[in-house]
Design a protein around this ligand. Structure first.
Ligand code: NIG
Ligand code: FE
Length: 418
């Protein structure tokens, strides 16, 4: 058995529990002082008084020193598209000159522009690019990340994206939760017969993805992507194959996609910029986590999802970066905190729950990560700040000093020597 000690946290700041927190419960964090954390085999064995476990430790190498700084659960990014090749800086610059995301997509750009480079990359190339991206993700304090396919858009390339994630999950310390998003958009070669593409996903894509380790099945249910009826078929076929439904809902238009999330029993409904009050209340009824992506709204200059309203109406809200090559090329957790607090009007306490326990619930991992409690993985972020409130107050600055995964320091900031 390997024993580790997280020593000397200035404060331990955490939500509690093994399921999503709803409504006002989101704002209730526990703040512990004068405690140390004992870890056995990477899991939290006990939280005790400062110094209590000193006798359990044989050597200094078993100690992670928090240096009197705030300690939080490792952050969880529950909605990303981090596996892709090629960039779309040209499209971003077209948007700076006034073109809209939808106009660019109508002219043949958008999601489909990421398809050729992703299809052309070998598995090894895709893994190397994605591994490099995960290094940056970790520097922001993220210890668990969800990732989607959706830039292959044929069975072979979708499975290559999936394999990138299942292999990286084993090779890097970050946990990767893989989602099949074969229904991201209809690829160019099926533009004249979209029904055939839906059938390809139903008959081949979904069963193969389930067999090769996908956990979730997602669909971009929106204007310009998949209709409500197509999305219903895709998510139900995913369920039949053992994949838990997720949905990109009501980002561009209110199509009733959030209502579909409730109908199929999705684990999360994501984006929700344009969702109706009624559909959002259905998410509350069915205990579906609302995953909000404020950096995407910022990047597209759209109105933010109504985070404050959702929490006031009892929903469980999570936040995520949506890191992708098009609508939101950002893995910035500091920006995520700034936008969630200032523009979606979450408190910093609610934002922390949104990026830890509720994010874990959105990817079905709330029993193993998302809080600092006995039995959970020893995943922590140590901040270089006097207290956790600086996550919102110190605007846009990465405060992460150390990242700990299962008791091991996997990243540590180095300061310049002056
Ligand atoms: O979540 N909305 C659909 N999919 C992504 C965008 C992907 C892209 O632009 O490449 C999103 O924003
Ligand atoms: Fe997305």
């Amino acid at each position: 058995m390997s024993t580790k000690l997280l020593k000397n946290p200035g404060q331990i700041v955490t939500p509690r529990g093994s399921s999503a927190r709803f409504g006002e419960e989101m704002g209730k964090l526990t703040v512990l002082t004068d405690k140390d954390v004992l870890l056995e085999d990477g899991l939290i064995a006990e939280i005790g008084d400062r110094g209590e476990f000193d006798g359990s430790i044989g050597s200094e190498s078993q100690v992670v020193d928090a240096g009197g700084k705030p300690v939080l659960p490792g952050f969880i990014d529950p909605h990303t598209h981090f596996v892709f090749a090629g960039y779309r800086a040209d499209e971003f610059n077209m948007r700076l000159r006034g073109a809209s995301y939808e106009e660019i997509a109508r002219k043949g750009g958008g999601i489909v522009s990421s398809v050729s480079p992703t299809r052309e990359a070998t598995l090894e190339e895709l893994k190397e690019i994605s591994r490099e991206r995960l290094r940056s993700v970790v520097r922001h304090g993220v210890t668990t990340i969800e990732g989607k396919t959706g830039y292959g858009l044929n069975v072979e390339a979708e499975l290559k994206q999936l394999q990138t994630m299942t292999e990286l999950d084993k090779e890097v310390p970050v946990d990767v939760a893989p989602t099949f998003l074969g229904a991201h958009v209809v690829p160019d070669e099926f533009k004249e017969g979209r029904e055939k593409y839906v059938e390809l996903m139903l008959d081949e894509g979904i069963p193969a993805a389930a067999e090769k380790g996908a956990e979730f099945c997602d669909v971009f249910c929106d204007q310009g992507a998949f209709t409500l009826e197509e999305s219903r078929r895709i998510l139900n076929a995913g369920k039949d194959a053992g994949l838990t439904p997720k949905i990109h809902a009501d980002e561009i238009k209110a199509t009733g996609a959030a209502g579909l999330a409730a109908e199929v029993g999705a684990i999360s409904a994501d984006h929700l910029l344009k969702s109706s009050d009624e559909d959002l209340k259905a998410l509350r009824e069915d205990e579906i986590v609302a995953v909000l992506l404020p950096i995407t709204a910022f990047s597209l200059k759209e109105e933010y999802a109504r985070g404050r309203w959702m929490i006031d109406n009892g929903l469980a809200v999570s936040i995520a970066t949506d890191l992708n090559p098009g609508s939101c090329h950002s893995e910035s957790i500091p920006l995520l905190f700034s936008l969630a607090t200032l523009y979606m009007e979450l408190t910093i306490e609610e934002s922390i729950t949104a990026l830890t326990l509720n994010a874990a619930a959105a990817i079905d991992r709330a029993d193993e990560v998302g809080t600092v409690e006995t039995g959970k993985k020893g995943d922590f972020v140590i901040l270089d700040a006097p207290d956790y409130e600086h996550l919102s107050y110190h605007i846009g600055v990465n405060l992460v000093e150390k990242v700990v995964k299962r008791g091991e320091v996997i990243w540590e900031r180095r300061d310049p020597e002056f």
